[in-house]
Design a protein around this ligand. Structure first.
Ligand code: FAD
Ligand code: UDP
Length: 383
């Protein structure tokens, strides 16, 4: 079979590009994945109790991009959902991101009131302050509070998750969960927050339902490289794999998920509870909060961070820090040498801590800037 495009990896990045190329350019796409399903890390399925589970960890959709929201809305209806997270600190379950309600729950009213006033005077209301920034504040009382939050919310969790201290990582990592001077207990404040009403897998199947798209599962790029005939290619797997690790293995972090089914309708008061200071796991998510299902049993997902061993574990997270960026930049130079003949994109190929909406936004941009524009140009030159 000869196709116009080979797309390696059927996650949000690969599926968005496949859909655009098939519907907007009317070109033929072969979409492959090493796994036995499409959807990448957002893949979901129903377990034996009928509970919708996310196989590679709980995925909550949120975005500020109207473009991404409108694009995905063509393939799914949505169920409104605002994610709430609590962290266990001193035996209390307090809202995370740490906010004014967390402060009130943990401290005596007189101290909490004074610090609330100080935070609002210093930063304002409904302002987000990364913890590493707050720790540098000139006011010693604010620094003491920041140290408390650092120690109780960030330090233990980050050590478990990354085997690194917060300051050994790009500040963007802990900056994802800034202290929020607010009474808004939601995990995200994005304009659009919702879950695909029938799940992510249903969304992907609608995206890919086009006669120009062929899907081949259980197939790696290396297995197919010399067999498939294609004009152009998109690769969304790990960038170091693509180049046969010529600059060494890029470090990734992995996870193990333990599933626990409880004979109760509901176990947790919120979707996720974080355990920064105890146990080997970081957080427990009750999937029914995300799906909104009403069933007599409930499944909990317990996340145990672990080292990534190539070939054995899944490379879930790039590890954002200077020395890894330097190694990634060596690969980026290799990408540049390809001169656009192969497009690399996605969380693994770009070695970037993308959320789902960012993966879709980048794929849409790549389509507009690199794919569609070049196709128009080559048509002009009477290719
Ligand atoms: P992926 O989904 O990783 O897809 C890449 C695909 O390529 C995979 O299916 C893989 O099997 C395939 N592949 C790789 N190499 C090869 C090869 N050589 N040959 C064939 N196939 C190959 N984002 C959110 O917005 N909200 C969340 O709540 C959220 N939670 C997350 C929780 C966890 C535990 C993790 C790990 C991520 C989470 N994310 C979340 C991020 C989200 O998973 C990513 O943004 C998204 O999956 C990126 O899509 P992608 O297509 O770039 O990559
Ligand atoms: N984090 C933390 N304590 C928390 C929540 C988050 O220390 O209670 C830090 C930790 O380093 C984590 C990062 O903030 O890896 C980003 O958290 P997020 O929930 O965004 O992680 P993800 O959902 O991507 O795993």
């Amino acid at each position: 079979m000869k196709v116009d495009w080979l797309i390696v990896g059927a996650g949000f990045t690969g599926c968005t590009l496949a859909e655009r190329i098939a519907t907007q350019l009317n070109q033929k796409v072969l979409l492959i994945d090493r796994r036995n399903h499409v959807g990448g890390n957002a893949y979901d399925y129903h377990d034996q109790n009928g509970i919708l589970l996310h196989k590679y960890g709980p995925h909550i959709f949120h975005t500020n991009s109207k473009k991404v929201w409108d694009y995905l809305s063509a393939f799914t209806e949505w169920r409104p959902y605002h994610h709430h997270v609590r962290a266990v600190i001193d035996g209390k379950k307090v809202p995370v991101p740490f906010n004014l309600n967390s402060l009130r729950q943990l401290f005596p009213p007189s101290y909490a009131g004074r610090m609330e006033a100080a935070l609002m005077a210093e930063y304002g209301f409904e302002v987000k302050v990364p913890i590493l920034k707050m720790r540098e504040h000139s006011n010693p009382e604010l620094r003491t509070l920041a140290d408390f939050i650092y120690k109780n919310v960030f330090y233990g969790y980050t050590l478990k998750q990354w085997e690194l201290k917060p300051e050994q990582l790009d500040p963007l990592v802990t900056g994802r969960v800034p202290v929020y001077i607010s009474r808004d207990d939601r995990y995200f404040q994005d304009t659009y927050q919702a879950m695909p009403r029938y799940g992510y897998s249903a969304l992907f199947h609608r995206m890919l339902d086009n006669r120009n798209i062929r899907i081949l599962l259980n197939t790696t790029f290396r297995e197919l490289e010399d067999l498939a005939r294609f004009n152009r290619m998109v690769y969304t797997g790990p960038v170091d794999d693509y180049f046969n690790h010529i600059h060494g293995h890029l470090p990734y972090r992995s996870l193990r998920f333990d599933l626990v089914t409880a004979d109760e309708e509901s176990v947790q008061e919120v979707g996720t509870i974080n355990y920064p200071n105890d146990y080997d796991f970081t957080r427990i998510t009750e999937q029914k909060h995300l799906s909104g299902q009403r069933l007599p049993v409930s499944t909990l997902v317990v996340e145990y961070p672990q080292r990534h061993v190539p070939g054995k574990t899944e490379p879930y997270y790039p590890i954002p820090r200077e020395e890894n960026y330097a190694q990634y930049n060596l690969y980026l130079k290799e990408v540049e040498k390809l001169n656009g003949t192969v497009l690399l994109a996605g969380r693994l190929a770009d070695y970037k801590y993308y959320n789902m909406d960012q993966a879709v936004a980048h794929a849409l941009k790549l389509f507009e800037d690199c794919v569609a524009r070049q196709e128009t140009a080559s048509r002009h030159h009477g290719r």
